[in-house]
Ligand binder design. Structure first.
Ligand SMILES: Nc1ncnc2c1ncn2[C@@H]1O[C@H](COP(=O)(O)OP(=O)(O)OP(=O)(O)O)[C@@H](O)[C@H]1O
Length: 223
């Protein structure tokens, strides 16, 4: 589904990631961990074609990213829902409209009942009319997840989704991600939180990718 073959990346300074080769199979659940600044966000951006590798090959849904036209990249991105580290909303628009935005941008109306169901599923059914500045950190993260999945993507990529929320809310977000994985979605979550990873591993066969010294490797079962 997502494959890296000997991928390297640098922003113009030294090489940040080197010799990254891995495959994320359909339906898999991966965590990505590593020290701050190690390149987790950069890896995720490569995985959703926001960045192109400096060398090597990234393949998304059996297509080499570099061979895709701009339209094809846009089409491919719709198959990947992203929860960004710094969640941004349009503050003047109600939550429901914000969550629906990817559909609106894609020129699709969307079913109001589906939107309501989605908001209820993430526990925000009662806040459909609220504006983003009035939401708590955990509510914003769940809204971001709802927006990431509204296009029914095959892959969900979340960058530190539990970074600013308490443990109870982290578990709630994890439960949603686990449920999505059980529905067949491929999940990739960058996190510093080893407790969250341990908790997930008790529920799904999640695997852990660890960035160290510019390389990304599958960690053993020692968490
Ligand atoms: N657009 C950019 N231009 C230049 N350098 C960048 C850019 N984006 C990130 N970097 C640098 O690349 C390195 C890796 O950044 P990245 O955000 O991928 O790390 P991270 O592991 O996600 O960090 P954190 O856990 O703190 O979010 C950092 O040193 C960062 O300053």
């Amino acid at each position: 589904m997502i494959a890296f073959e000997n991928v390297a990346y640098n922003y113009g300074g030294g090489e940040l990631l080197s010799e990254v080769s891995l495959r994320l199979a359909p339906g898999s659940f991966h965590f990505l961990t590593g020290p701050s600044g190690a390149g987790k966000t950069t890896f995720l951006k490569l995985a959703y074609a926001d960045l192109l590798p400096t060398s090597g090959h990234v393949t998304l849904f059996d297509r080499e990213v570099r061979s895709l036209s701009r339209d094809e990249i846009a089409h491919t991105r719709r198959r990947i829902g992203v929860v960004h580290q710094d969640v941004q909303f349009l503050d003047h628009m109600p939550l429901a409209a914000n969550v629906q935005l990817p559909l609106t941008v894609a020129g699709k109306g969307g079913d109001l009942a589906d939107l309501k169901d989605l908001l209820t599923w993430v526990g925000l059914g009662h806040l459909a009319d609220a504006v983003p500045p009035s939401l708590s950190g955990g509510e914003r993260q769940r809204a971001a997840l709802a927006r990431a999945i509204i296009m029914d993507p095959d892959v969900i990529i979340a960058d530190e989704p539990t970074g600013n929320v308490d443990w109870e809310m982290s578990l709630r977000l994890l439960t949603l991600l686990v449920e999505l994985n059980r529905m067949g979605k491929t999940i990739v979550v960058a996190t510093h939180d080893l407790n969250l990873i341990r908790q997930a591993k008790a529920q799904v066969p999640a695997r852990v990718l660890r960035i160290a010294r510019r390389r990304i490797q599958l960690a053993g079962a020692d968490l």
